[in-house]
Design a protein around this ligand. Structure first.
Ligand SMILES: *Cc1c(COP(=O)(O)O)cnc(C)c1O
Length: 221
């Protein structure tokens, strides 16, 4: 199956209106362009260096650029204003740094807050219990717009195991949507990857980040 065929098949499986992000890490410019030509809505990178290199080659022309990986403090400068959406913001410190950089550029930066829904020690993301406090802080940042939530649930061996994490996320998303905060609009719930995007959209995701099922297995050699 070609990349184009993969994208078309995934599209037919997704409900209309679901935002399709090609998680393009470790895939070259030609592969990225093929995915774009086939109609993905965005490309998501999780390493800043790789994003900058491919961006310089014009890899993402025609679609949005998202940052989806762990964001180090010293890389904030490189992604603010360059990315349409920073999906992986999980601390007060990052909110502050992104807000400050956006102010310097005179822009408003769209972000998602990443939630560690499985409570895993080794994973990025704000704990669900700490999310309300982080939202309060984000609401005070004039150069930011929180557009929703993102999560990477624990690896589940059984397909239906991931559902409870997705439905817990959906509940958070709906709860927050019902509240009034400045600078926050719950437009996107970003969850679902190659192994579980169908479960994710069934549980309320409207943004999926898909790598392997678009590009084939990544070559780590
Ligand atoms: C790589 C990656 C994905 C996609 O993973 P696949 O299993 O290859 O679909 C999604 N989200 C993030 C944050 C990633 O780094």
């Amino acid at each position: 199956m070609s990349i184009g065929e993969n994208v078309q098949r995934i599209r037919t499986e997704l409900p209309p209106g679901v935002f399709l992000v090609a998680a393009s890490k470790m895939n070259g410019v030609d592969a990225v362009r093929e995915a774009i030509a086939a109609g993905v809505d965005a490309c998501g990178e999780n390493r800043v260096q790789e994003l900058l290199e491919k961006d310089a080659l014009g890899a993402y022309a025609g679609v949005q650029k998202h940052f989806i990986g762990h964001l180090q403090r010293n890389k904030v400068k490189s992604v603010v204003g360059r990315c349409d959406l920073i999906q992986s913001v999980d601390s007060e410190e990052l909110l502050e740094l992104i807000d400050r950089r956006a102010a310097a550029l005179g822009i408003r930066q769209d972000i998602l807050l990443e939630v560690n829904i499985g409570g895993e020690a080794a994973k990025s993301g704000v704990a669900p219990e700490a999310l309300p406090a982080l939202l309060e802080i984000a609401a005070g940042k004039k150069q930011l717009c929180v557009r929703g939530l993102m999560t990477i649930p624990p690896i589940c061996t059984q397909k239906d195991e991931s559902r409870r994490y997705f439905s817990a996320m959906y509940k958070l998303f709906v709860d927050i949507s019902g509240k009034k905060y400045d600078n926050i609009s719950m437009d996107f719930l970003s969850m679902g990857m190659s192994a579980d995007y169908l479960q994710a959209v069934q549980e309320g995701s409207n943004m999926v980040r898909i790598g392997t099922a678009v590009f084939g297995a990544r070559n780590y050699a």
